[in-house]
Design a protein around this ligand. Structure first.
Ligand code: SF4
Length: 310
């Protein structure tokens, strides 16, 4: 089916899902705000971290850095320390650079303008546009893709999925733009789930070609973490953010990683150690000076980093 083939059905499906969301959605702290900064923080956290973990960390992050200005002015090492445990630490520095741009220039209130912010891709730009600025554009995350494929039996093609998402977002009451974005993602996460979809209580089961026989929708598998460079990079950052001043002599740091080999992976040889530190330095996540490794780039403001590019 194409997104434009049955506008009446889209209206019905959207209305049924909005009613269902109103009755049954889970409460998460990012669902009660339209503050673009808070929305951006939550969307960046949710990109690669489970919602239950973000639910703990999102309010804490906002207490520590309550505005784009506050985040832009913070030490990168402190931002990384607050981010520790959420994974994919480059996101924290990109978020800080995005905040620096916003603090300087104000919020871009278009999808294309939002995409110019560091760390903000097409999905995140659309999420922020719809949730914070009431722009009726559709979002396609893993959960939305799954329920679209099952309910509409359309091709698993990003442009086609996006067209359908945009058509649904632009259907019906413009005043419910943010609620719709939450609803479409929540429905895939909690009803049309990857395993054991709840077809028996599904609010849009009528006419669903997958009802009662929904196939699993494959998602790309993540590589094993233990023993990967990602595991060592994460361990270095985690260790540094727990140290006073977020800095420690390199040999002490390397010893600490060896002592945690069961969790991280076998001790790195010299070449592996250099490779991991070089990658972290290249991303601005650590810097070295006089045999000491410290979290964050060499002392430099987020504004200066932002000027260097993304
Ligand atoms: S009926 Fe089942 S497969 Fe179809 S949309 Fe509902 S939960 Fe998903």
């Amino acid at each position: 089916m194409s997104a434009n083939a049955a506008p009446v059905n889209l209206l019905r499906i959207r209305a049924d899902l909005l009613d269902w969301y109103d009755r049954e959605h889970r409460d998460f702290p990012w669902r009660v705000t339209r503050d673009p900064y808070a929305v951006l923080v939550s969307e960046v956290m949710l990109q690669q971290t489970q919602a239950s973990r973000v639910a703990d960390r999102f309010p804490r992050f906002l207490r520590r850095f309550p505005s784009a200005q506050a985040l832009a002015e913070a030490r990168a090492a402190d931002v990384l320390a607050e981010w520790s445990g959420l994974g994919y630490n480059r996101r924290a520095l990109s978020l800080q650079r995005a905040s620096a741009m916003v603090a300087r220039d104000g919020w871009p209130a278009t999808v294309s303008g939002l995409e110019q912010l560091p760390g903000v891709g097409p999905y995140t730009a659309r999420a922020v546009a719809s949730l914070a600025f009431e722009i009726p554009v559709g979002v396609v995350d893993t959960n939305v893709r799954r329920w679209f494929l099952r309910r509409f039996a359309i091709a698993d093609s990003p442009p086609e999925l996006q067209r359908l998402a945009d058509a649904l977002a632009a259907t019906g009451d413009a005043g419910q733009t943010d609620t719709w974005t939450h609803a479409t993602m929540e429905f895939g996460a909690s009803v049309c789930r990857s395993r054991e979809p709840r077809c028996g209580t599904c609010p849009i089961a009528a006419g669903c070609p997958s009802r009662g026989r929904a196939a699993r929708v494959a998602v790309p598998r993540q590589a094993t973490l233990r023993g990967s460079d990602r595991a060592y990079r994460g361990a270095v950052l985690r260790d540094l953010t727990l140290r006073p001043g977020h800095a420690v002599p390199a040999d002490v740091l390397r010893h600490a990683l060896r002592a945690d080999a069961d969790r991280i992976g076998p001790a790195l040889d010299d070449a592996g150690w250099e490779r991991v530190l070089a990658a972290l330095e290249g991303d601005g996540l650590v810097h070295q000076s006089g045999g000491v490794v410290a979290a964050g780039p060499p002392l430099q403001s987020a504004h200066e980093h932002e000027a260097e590019g993304r």
